[in-house]
Write a protein that binds this ligand. Sequence first.
Ligand code: NDP
Ligand code: MG
Length: 399
Amino acid sequence: MESRRWSEVWGLHKASVAKRIAIMGSTGSIGTSTLEVVRALGDTYQVVGLAGKQRWRQLAEQCAAFRPQAVAVADQANAQSLAGLLNGATELLVGPTGLVELAAREDSDFVVAAIVGSAGLESTIAAVRAGKQVGLANKEALVVAGSIIVPLARQTGARLLPIDSEHSAIFQSLAAGRAEEVRRIYLTASGGPFRTWSADQMANATLADALRHPTWNMGQKITIDSATMMNKALEIIEACWLFDLAPDSIEVLVHPESIIHSMVEFHDGSIIAQLGAPDMKTPIQYALTYPDRVPGIARRLDFTTVRRLNFEPPDLDRFPALRMGYEVARLGGTAGAVFNGANEEAVEAFSQGRIPFGRIVELIRQVLDRHTIEQNCDLDRLLAADAWARQEVQRCLHG
Ligand code: NDP
Ligand code: MG
């Protein structure tokens, strides 16, 4: 392949135009931040679709405020309650098929994929299949089905714009050189709430302990993933898919202040980093306005308050999820679906108080060890692997 800049590889040299945005997972942490960013950006950015699951009252309020063409609600049970609160201007779509329909509708050009977990997979694929620009927060979709999503995006011309802060940083830093000039990626990690805890202390950490993230304010599932460092493991796999990287070219670096969001080292020894306050509104806005940079509402970094930036290697013994992340990235095939499915199920069990914190990663390891990996799978096969992993976790819990 002739050498091209990253932005060209992704076909992103385009003048800014009005954008009609559908937000999948609009009631969540990324979803609500996206709405704040869109509101502040003004009239060129219009919300045409919203989607959520449980929080139907919030969905109704969002519909009243943003007047989208359509709203999708995943749960049939919440659809009637929501219908009663909508005025005639917004069409109501229901269930998983409603989500898929919303993501592919012709009235949007940009889809923000911000549903949590593999529940966001099918709507993300639908957006990619429809050739949308996709602001990708839903990393689990790539972990499960990067082998389908990335080739499909190349086929349809859909553009995957990372919202995950590290991947946004890598994306921005890669623009300083060419793909073949990259030596390695430094994927930074805050280290989570248990960075300094011993394995014994962590084993019985409570939900409240796990939810006390030192730098980021996020939804519950990703906050627990940050505590196990599964989040970083998922991000290794996400980076491999997004930027066509070998797992070994990615180095995780613990950086407790979360100011450097990730870095790219080039062959000449230059390291390009993206810095900013830990505020998801920065990468969300960058994905929405790309390739432009415009004033926004994200928190700004004040260097006079930054005393120092610290770095340390990750401790793979206390955080074995990280080692598994590399392993799964190398294995490919159904490994990502099993890794992610087992994690989602184990995190749910921990959230419900059914297992201690230390058991989350043990369960993932057990399930992965029992799995026979298959390569070159279609979506049904990947979804079956996800379902199998969840059942295996339940079997371990009951057996
Ligand atoms: P939240 O838990 O805050 O929000 C999740 C959203 O997904 C809600 O809108 C929820 O709807 C919706 N949802 C959940 N299940 C379903 C379903 N089955 N069908 C349809 N919608 C569903 O999560 P976050 O915003 O924290 O995270 C979203 C994604 O972004 C995750 O993949 C996460 O890894 C990624 N991400 C998040 C970051 C953050 O700062 N929060 C940072 C980087 C990545 P409802 O609430 O109405 O039930
Ligand atoms: Mg991240």
